[in-house]
Design a protein around this ligand. Structure first.
Ligand SMILES: N=c1c2ncn([C@@H]3O[C@H](COP(=O)(O)OP(=O)(O)OP(=O)(O)O)[C@@H](O)[C@H]3O)c2ncn1[C@@H]1O[C@H](COP(=O)(O)O)[C@@H](O)[C@H]1O
Length: 111
């Protein structure tokens, strides 16, 4: 744990769950609750989409950082984290993303 930027950010976000909301944006998000966190995640996703289609590829990076930050807040609010996502991605590793039989992209969701 805490061996790269994302792990350190996740640790900071988790620590903010118990912090006073006044001085911390992250703590204020936890205080406002799941709906507000999900709303912010949606806004950042839309801002990333806008950046992706704006013709200015450099603007994608700061929007992607905002998006990932808010995704980590959502995961932490649900007592989940990067390790849970890593496990899910590892489960998918080596599988084709295409369903030959159905002739369409595969759903990786467990049955
Ligand atoms: N990585 C981030 C990070 N990325 C984005 N943001 C905040 O996410 C918000 C993005 O929302 P918007 O772009 O909509 O800006 P806004 O209009 O100010 O937001 P709202 O008023 O709509 O809530 C901004 O307030 C950014 O400051 C972040 N806030 C914090 N972090 C990290 O979290 C750590 C802890 O931060 P605090 O919780 O503030 O101590 C920081 O040291 C950083 O490492």
């Amino acid at each position: 744990m805490a061996d790269d930027t994302l792990d350190r950010l996740e640790a900071t976000i988790r620590a903010r769950k118990d912090a006073a909301a006044m001085k911390s944006y992250t703590a204020s998000l936890f205080f406002q609750g799941r709906s507000r966190i999900a709303q912010k995640l949606g806004e950042e996703a839309i801002e990333t989409v806008i950046a992706a289609t704006s013709g200015d590829d450099a603007s994608i990076v700061p929007e992607a950082a905002d998006l990932i930050f808010h995704l980590l807040v959502l995961l932490a609010d649900a007592d989940l984290g990067l390790d849970d996502v890593r496990r899910e991605l590892e489960r998918r590793e080596g599988q084709s993303g295409h369903d030959e039989k159905a002739g369409r992209p595969l759903s990786f969701r467990p049955e």
